[in-house]
Ligand binder design. Structure first.
Ligand SMILES: Cc1cc2nc3c(=O)[nH]c(=O)nc-3n(C[C@H](O)[C@H](O)[C@H](O)COP(=O)(O)OP(=O)(O)OC[C@H]3O[C@@H](n4cnc5c(N)ncnc54)[C@H](O)[C@@H]3O)c2cc1C
Length: 437
């Protein structure tokens, strides 16, 4: 009988879980090492003493076209933990309290979009330009363009940019159009907008991420034959004869490996950089982090009136861009989200809370949140900044070029053609697995 090859997956986020399942399916003897007590990576929950319930580290939304992430959720038995809308529906609120919505029919998106734009409260000229912009998505963009450049060159500035494109850019890229790589963003939009109606639909979690990933991950991995070691932080690699010969764990000894073993880093870029030290490719050091701040509200009185669907874009909103509601939860609970905005950096919790409260009161006039219970969740390294300057630098998922021969990399930050999303993370592992023979 031939001895099974060993694989060590470092990191138990979406990329690490996808990699571990994929390697186990390919017959490897897999060990997953995760530094935290539970898996889930950047999508996790913690118990909040004030709310007396589990609260996510931030609101995560998926799209119907996230096929690799959906497949992971299926494997974890949590795919039905989302409100799976059959079509795209999004509310908009303006700073003066007015509202409108974009609600597509169940026709394929290219057919559903023109009538939906007709119902959106924007001028006739802006509607025509928005339609032209939608059609232009198919053509992509030259490398090096920011999305702001694309908006300018495709006559999208003004209402189409403010209502359609900026909210989408903030939601998918976690940065403003001025920073976003146009090519990468348009690639994601093509997947969402040029399939059936369901591919553009929002998938909003009805459960916490602890329930969707954290709790089911370890039992599902173990059922697949994966050894799961949590609270195991990889400190460094020992490289000998060109391959990783040992994985050193912080305070927990080391694991010896040989050149035939596969070592997969599914850690974020900054953690891999620390682990590799001088061996880290310079490109990793050029990636910048972008924050996400989510402010959770629980109100006894003064509930903001409902919008169309659980996701509402706050048009022109700065620093908060979306108001989100968990489907099925009481209307008294909602969240405000700030993506990729630096103005909250350095603010105290009290200042962030006051800013969020003012924001809701401005977009929903008449609402008084003075009695609201408000909790802030900040993630400084939520995503990398997907700008054109670093777009060509990111290493491809697979063997790390110039690195130890048995070291493979995956994760949302690798060059999948997608920004830092759950889907980018899951697809990075699919691409990495294809490179392992
Ligand atoms: C608040 C917030 C909101 C977001 N919203 C969305 C959204 O709406 N839609 C969307 O698609 N994406 C969203 N994202 C992005 C999405 O969460 C990430 O792109 C995705 O989870 C990244 O997965 P990953 O597996 O590549 O990395 P990670 O999730 O970072 O997983 C890496 C794992 O490696 C572990 N690790 C790190 N260092 C070590 C070490 N030394 N040894 C062992 N293990 C280690 C970490 O603990 C972690 O579990 C959001 C992110 C945040 C933070």
């Amino acid at each position: 009988m031939t001895e099974r090859r060993s694989a060590f997956v470092l990191g138990g986020g979406v990329a690490g879980l996808t990699a571990a399942f994929g390697l186990a399916d390919r017959g490897f003897r897999v060990t997953l090492l995760e530094s935290r007590p539970t898996c889930g990576g950047r999508a996790y929950s913690t118990y909040d003493r004030v709310f007396a319930r589990e609260v996510d580290n931030g609101f995560h939304v998926m799209l119907g076209c996230y096929r690799a992430m959906r497949s992971l959720c299926r494997r974890l038995g949590s795919e039905d933990g989302f409100q799976q809308a059959p079509r795209l529906q999004m509310g908009y609120r303006f700073g003066d309290g007015a509202s409108t919505s974009l609600a597509l029919s169940r026709l394929p998106v290219p057919l559903a979009m023109p009538p939906a734009l007709l119902r959106l409260r924007i001028g006739a000229g802006a509607r025509l330009r928005a339609l032209f912009g939608m059609a232009s998505v198919t053509l992509g963009a030259p490398s090096g363009w920011t999305f702001a450049e694309w908006l300018r060159r495709r006559w999208q500035r003004g209402e189409p940019a403010d209502l359609l494109w900026r909210p989408l850019c903030l939601a998918v890229m976690n940065c403003e159009p001025e920073e976003a790589d146009a090519r990468m963003f348009l690639a994601t939009l093509r997947e969402a907008f040029f399939g059936g109606a369901a591919s553009a639909a929002l998938w909003v979690p009805e459960k916490t991420w602890g329930e969707l990933i954290g709790a089911p991950a370890a039992p599902a991995l173990m059922a697949a034959g994966v050894e799961v070691r949590t609270s195991a932080r990889v400190a460094s690699f020992e490289v000998r004869d060109g391959h990783v010969a040992a994985i050193h764990l912080a305070g927990k000894g080391q694991i010896s490996t040989n050149g035939e073993d596969v070592v997969v880093s599914a850690m974020p870029w900054f953690a891999l950089q620390r682990t590799l030290g001088d061996r880290a490719p310079a490109a990793i050091g050029r990636l910048q982090s972008a924050p996400i701040v989510t402010v959770y509200f629980d109100v006894a009185v003064g509930v903001p009136p409902p919008d169309e669907g659980p996701v509402t874009a706050l048009v022109g909103g700065c620093p908060f861009h979306f108001l989100l509601r968990t489907p099925g939860e009481s209307a008294s609970r909602f969240a405000l989200l700030s993506g990729g905005d630096r103005t909250l950096d350095g603010m105290s919790v009290a200042e962030v809370t006051a800013s969020a409260r003012d924001h809701v009161e401005r977009y929903y006039p008449g609402v008084d949140l003075q009695q609201a219970v408000i909790r802030v969740r900040r993630e400084q390294h939520a995503t990398f900044v997907p700008d054109p300057a670093t777009a060509g630098d990111r290493p491809s998922p697979g063997r790390l070029s110039g690195g130890p021969t048995n070291l493979f990399v995956c994760g949302d930050w690798t060059a999948t053609g997608f920004p830092a999303t759950l889907e980018g993370a899951a697809r990075s592992s699919e691409q990495m697995l294809a490179a392992i023979s």
